[in-house]
Design a protein around this ligand. Structure first.
Ligand code: 5GP
Length: 125
């Protein structure tokens, strides 16, 4: 199945500079910025600059350079925020995909949440 990317999504507009953001880190292939509606004291979104819809799309089709850059950027942000479990209380990463994942913005993004106890991962159904 081919992945279909909507280039009018909010994060595509952020990447084109059409919508402002509070940048945490920018590299050749990756942008990290503050979530506009933070759910925790630290709530950073990490996105590839490439047009990928979901984590699986990115994992399946991104170049090795994009993948390495993305995860290294993620790691350095965790270190910079001081949230890694070896130095502090830890964090959670989330990447919602599709309808069941309740993905609001169809451009692959990782949520980094930290700075408070985050509870259990899912509510029981
Ligand atoms: P999703 O539900 O797709 O995993 O998460 C999308 C996230 O994007 C939400 O946490 C939402 O607060 C955030 N968001 C939506 N619009 C904007 C925006 O214009 N700027 C920023 N910085 N975050 C946004």
């Amino acid at each position: 199945m081919a992945y279909v990317y909507d280039d009018q999504n909010i994060f595509a507009k952020i990447l084109r500079g059409e919508i402002p953001n509070t940048t945490v880190r920018e590299t050749e292939h990756t942008l990290a910025f503050a979530d506009i509606y933070p759910q925790a004291p630290h709530h950073v979104l990490v996105i590839p600059k490439g047009a990928y819809v979901t984590a699986d799309h990115f994992a399946n089709e991104a170049s090795e350079a994009e993948i390495v850059d993305f995860w290294r950027t993620f790691g350095s942000i965790c270190t910079e925020l001081g949230v890694t479990p070896d130095s502090a209380a830890g964090y959670r990463i989330i990447s919602n995909a599709g309808e069941d994942g309740v993905q609001e913005v169809p451009h692959f993004h990782l949520h980094i949440l930290a700075g408070r106890g985050l509870g259990r991962m899912l509510n029981p159904v």
